[in-house]
Design a protein around this ligand. Structure first.
Ligand code: UGA
Length: 431
C-alpha cells in the first residue's frame, strides 16, 4: 500500500518505518529540511533503540523515502497519517496548530481519494474539524475520509510497541475506510477495535490518563508506606497479581513525566471542564504527581541539613530510560530545586545530557555514572537506566563525601546497598 506519514517525530518515524518493514511503499513528510536531509542520510535526530538500523535498511530497500513537500506526500499516499506534535497549550488545552496547518496543506494538495488518519493525540471532535477545513476549502466530500487511529507506542520501546501492538483502534464513520486501514494493519495480527471517530479520539486520552492515575495511586500508597513501615514494592506485587488490577504501571517512583502523560492529563481535564464535568480524580492524580518529587527532595534536604554548600550527584536525566527526551522530566524539577537551594550538581545521563545542558548550562555534566559521586554528599537516582543497576557501589562509596543514596526509582537491592555500606533512602519505604 502507498502510505504517507506527515511528521517524523517520536511517533511518526517509528510508525512509518514499521509500515515500510511490512512491505508498504512509505513516504514521510517533514517540513524541517535539516531533518529530511539527516533522515535521507540514514541518521535519526532522536534517540530511540533500533530506529536507526531499521531506517538504513528501509532506505536500502527503497521502501522508505522522505520529503519536505506535502504536495508530493499527497500525490503518493492512499492513506495519509497525521503524526505531528500536539503539545500543551494555554489552560492545559492541546495546541493543535500543527494539525490545522497540515489539514490546510492537505486541502490544498489533495489530488485523489485519500484516507486521512489522525495518529497524533487529539481532542474529541478534531476529526470533524479536519473534515470541515477540507470542505471549507471546496474539496469534494467524495475525495476523502477522516479516520482516527490513536497510537499507543511508548518512547524507548517505540519499535517493538509499533510492531506488536496490544490493540489497534480505528475510529471511522465510513466502513470502507475502516476496512482499508484493517488491511494495512492485518500483518501485525493485533486485535482491532473499530468504533466511531469520537470514541476513538477519547480512547487515547482515557488510556493515557488512566495510566497516570494508576501511577499516582501507587505513589500515594508509597507515601503511606514511608510512614507505616510497609514496603510499596511488596504492596504493588500483591495488588498487581490480581489480573483485574494487573502488575504494569504500578512502579512507585518520582512520578510521571514525559511528552504525553502530563499534557494528556491537562488536556482531558480541560476537555471535561468544557463539557461541564469537573474531573476531580484527574486533578488529584496531578496533585499527587506534583508532590511526589518535591517530597522526595525534601526528605533528602532534611537528611543532610539543607543543600547550601552540598554537592549532589544525579543519575539519569531523561524522563525515562532508553530515550533522550527530557520533556517534563523529573530531573528538571530536581535541578531547579537544588539550584535554588545552593547545591552543586554533578549529572550523568547516557543519552539526555546534551538536551539538559541546553537548559542548564551551569551544572557539571560528567561522562560516567561513577563520576557523579566525586566529593558528593548524596546521589539521587532519577532515571532507571539499566547501566545503573550494575554500578560499582563500592567504588562509588570511595569517592563520595558521604555514602548516601536517594533512589527515586527503587533500582538498588538491599544486598547491593548493605555490601557497599551505604545509607539508603527510597520511595515507599521508611528511612
Ligand atoms: C505514554 C503511554 O504509555 C503510551 O501508551 C502512549 O502511546 C504515549 O504516552 C503517547 O501518548 O505517545 P510514554 O510517555 O512514552 O508513553 O512513557 P510511559 O512509559 O507511559 O511513562 C510515562 C511516565 O510514567 C515516565 O515518567 C515513567 O517513568 C513513569 N512511570 C511509568 C512510573 O513512574 N511508573 C510506572 O509504573 C510506569
Amino acid at each position: 500500500m502507498k502510505v504517507t506519514v506527515i511528521g517524523t517525530g517520536y511517533v511518526g518515524l517509528p510508525t512509518a518505518l514499521v509500515f515500510a518493514d511490512l512491505g508498504n511503499d512509505v513516504l514521510c513528510v517533514d517540513k524541517d529540511e535539516a531533518k529530511v536531509a539527516m533522515l535521507r542520510a540514514g541518521q535519526v535526530p532522536i534517540y530511540e533503540p533500533g530506529v536507526e538500523a531499521l531506517l538504513r535498511r528501509s532506505l536500502d530497500d527503497g521502501l522508505f523515502k522522505v520529503t519536505p513537500s506535502t504536495d508530493e506526500g499527497m500525490q503518493h499516499g492512499e492513506v495519509v497519517f497525521i503524526a505531528v506534535g500536539t503539545p500543551q497549550g494555554d489552560d492545559g488545552e492541546a495546541d493543535l496548530s500543527a494539525v490545522w496547518a497540515v489539514a490546510r496543506d492537505i486541502a490544498k494538495y489533495i489530488c485523489h481519494y485519500t484516507i486521512i488518519v489522525t495518529k497524533s493525540t487529539v481532542p474529541v471532535g478534531t476529526g470533524d474539524r479536519i473534515e470541515q477545513i477540507l470542505v471549507d476549502a471546496a474539496v469534494d466530500r467524495s475525495m476523502f475520509d477522516v479516520v482516527s487511529n490513536p497510537e499507543f507506542l511508548r518512547e524507548g520501546t517505540a519499535l517493538p510497541d509499533a510492531q506488536h501492538p496490544d490493540r489497534i483502534v480505528i475510529g471511522a464513520d465510513n466502513q470502507a475506510a475502516a476496512h482499508k486501514l484493517m488491511e494495512l494493519f492485518a500483518p501485525l495480527e493485533a486485535p482491532v477495535i473499530i468504533t466511531d471517530r469520537r470514541s476513538s479520539e477519547l480512547i487515547k486520552y482515557a488510556s493515557n490518563t488512566f495510566l497516570a492515575i494508576k501511577i499516582s495511586f501507587i505513589n500515594a500508597i508509597s507515601r503511606m508506606c514511608e510512614e507505616c513501615g510497609a514496603d510499596v514494592s511488596a504492596v504493588a506485587r500483591g495488588m498487581g497479581s490480581d489480573p483485574r488490577i494487573g502488575n504494569k504501571f504500578l512502579q512507585a517512583g518520582l512520578g510521571w513525566g514525559g511528552s504525553c502523560l502530563p499534557k494528556d492529563v491537562a488536556a482531558l481535564n480541560k476537555i471535561a471542564a468544557d463539557l461541564g464535568y469537573d474531573f476531580k480524580m484527574l486533578q488529584a492524580a496531578d496533585e499527587v504527581n506534583e508532590q511526589q518529587t518535591r517530597h522526595f527532595v525534601q526528605r533528602l534536604s532534611d537528611r543532610i541539613g539543607g543543600f547550601q554548600g552540598k554537592t549532589i550527584g544525579l543519575l539519569g536525566l531523561a524522563f525515562k530510560p532508553n530515550t533522550d527526551d527530557i520533556r517534563d522530566a523529573k530531573s528538571l524539577e530536581i535541578i531547579e530545586m537544588l539550584k535554588a537551594e545552593g547545591a552543586t550538581i554533578r549529572a550523568y545521563d547516557p543519552a539526555a545530557a546534551e538536551n539538559v545542558r541546553a537548559i542548564h548550562p551551569d551544572i557539571t555534566y560528567v561522562n560516567s555514572a561513577l563520576e557523579t559521586g566525586q566529593d558528593a554528599d548524596a546521589i539521587i537516582l532519577v532515571t532507571e537506566w539499566n547501566e545503573f543497576k550494575s554500578l560499582d557501589l563500592t567504588r562509588l562509596g570511595q569517592i563520595m563525601r558521604r555514602k548516601l543514596i536517594f533512589d527515586g526509582r527503587r533500582v538498588f537491592t538491599p544486598y547491593q546497598i548493605e555490601r557497599a555500606g551505604f545509607e539508603y533512602v527510597t520511595v515507599g519505604a521508611k528511612g
